[in-house]
Design a binder for this molecule. Structure first.
Ligand SMILES: [Zn+2]
Length: 118
């Protein structure tokens, strides 16, 4: 499994350093079991999965095998999906539930990827 991290996700990690350990642990669990742990989102977030780190604090990610299986890769905002392998997880966002869902524009997410450590 290949894991990629969005700038917005890494920004979230830096913003919430007090729970960095919990976030890292959850990231590892998601990489092991992306489908089992994730809750598929609906509507304009179709194709994304969410997974709670703790109460009201969630991780949003894409799993490319799922992008394609649903046949809505065109619709899902996974911009370089065609260049990644099926076994790719893209960690897109993390933060408090309301902040993550609060009218954010998801267009173009899945494109800007950097390393978790940077
Ligand atoms: Zn994808």
């Amino acid at each position: 499994m290949k894991a990629e991290f969005e700038k917005a996700f890494l920004k979230g990690v830096r913003k919430h350093t007090s729970i960095k350990k919990q976030i890292e642990q959850k990231v590892r669990q998601i990489i092991e079991h992306p489908v089992e742990l994730g809750e598929p989102l609906k509507g304009n977030l179709r194709g994304f999965y969410s997974c709670p780190v703790k109460r009201n604090f969630i991780i949003i990610y894409l799993y490319c095998a799922a992008c394609r299986k649903k046949g809505d890769a065109e619709f899902v905002a996974c911009s370089n999906c065609s260049t990644t392998s099926d076994e790719t997880i893209k960690f897109v966002l993390l933060g408090p539930h309301d902040e993550v869902y609060g009218g954010r524009d998801y267009t173009g997410l899945g494109g800007v990827i950097s390393s978790f450590d940077s």
